[in-house]
Ligand binder design. Structure first.
Ligand code: ACO
Ligand code: ZN
Length: 166
């Protein structure tokens, strides 16, 4: 049982438990074309539970966010080598959108990667995904690159990133 990190109306945001992974995978299947193996979900949860979060309404999961940590070149500092959080996937079920749940998930995962002292947080998003791009921009992410044919169907991605000050 995990404590609530944040409440948004009747929705609570909390860390994911192992027993939440099936529902998380179901939300992913319903909402996004990019899917992952159950082993991948388990390893992200084991690696970075601080930023693998779920949104729950009336005992049912309605959204999730999962992240990992990487070491590599900065998206901000020329030639800088940094510790980066990477938002692998975030989604909210259609009937629960536009209530601040997506924003709450991303904000709490930012807090989670900051606990791990990451210098930056980045992600890829389809260039056509205006809602998601707007959400990330609202939270301080900026478009750093356009990645040509990033997705299997050939669509380009924006690489978006935010830098943290401690
Ligand atoms: N139109 C315009 N702006 C929007 C919209 C929309 N339909 N939806 C969200 N936004 C922006 C707005 O700036 C909004 O702030 P505002 O309400 O003050 O205007 C802000 O995002 C926050 O909105 P929330 O209500 O918190 O977002 P929501 O809970 O609806 O979740 C999400 C947004 C996660 C993108 C949702 O639309 C979704 O699940 N989409 C399908 C899955 C997806 O595309 N995930 C992201 C893929 S990229 C990745 O995973 C790294
Ligand atoms: Zn990615």
């Amino acid at each position: 049982m995990q404590v609530a990190l944040r409440e948004i109306g009747n929705c609570i945001i909390r860390r994911c438990d192992l027993s939440d992974l099936i529902s998380t995978m179901e939300i992913n299947l319903k909402t996004l074309p990019e899917h992952y193996s159950d082993y991948f979900y388990e390893s992200l949860l084991a690696e970075l539970p601080e930023a693998f979060l779920v949104a729950e309404v009336d005992g049912k999961l309605v959204g999730y966010i999962m992240c990992k940590i990487e070491y590599g070149f900065s998206n901000f500092k020329k030639l800088g080598f940094v510790k980066k959080g990477h938002v692998v996937s975030v989604a909210v079920l259609p009937e629960h959108r536009r209530k601040g749940i997506g924003e709450g998930l991303v904000q709490e995962s930012i807090a989670g990667v900051k606990m791990k002292k990451c210098d930056e947080l980045y992600l890829e998003v389809r260039c056509s995904n205006t809602e998601a791009v707007k959400l990330y921009e609202k939270l301080g992410f900026v478009i750093k690159q356009r990645l040509k044919a990033y997705y299997r169907d050939g669509e380009d991605a924006y690489l978006m990133a935010v830098e943290f000050a401690y």
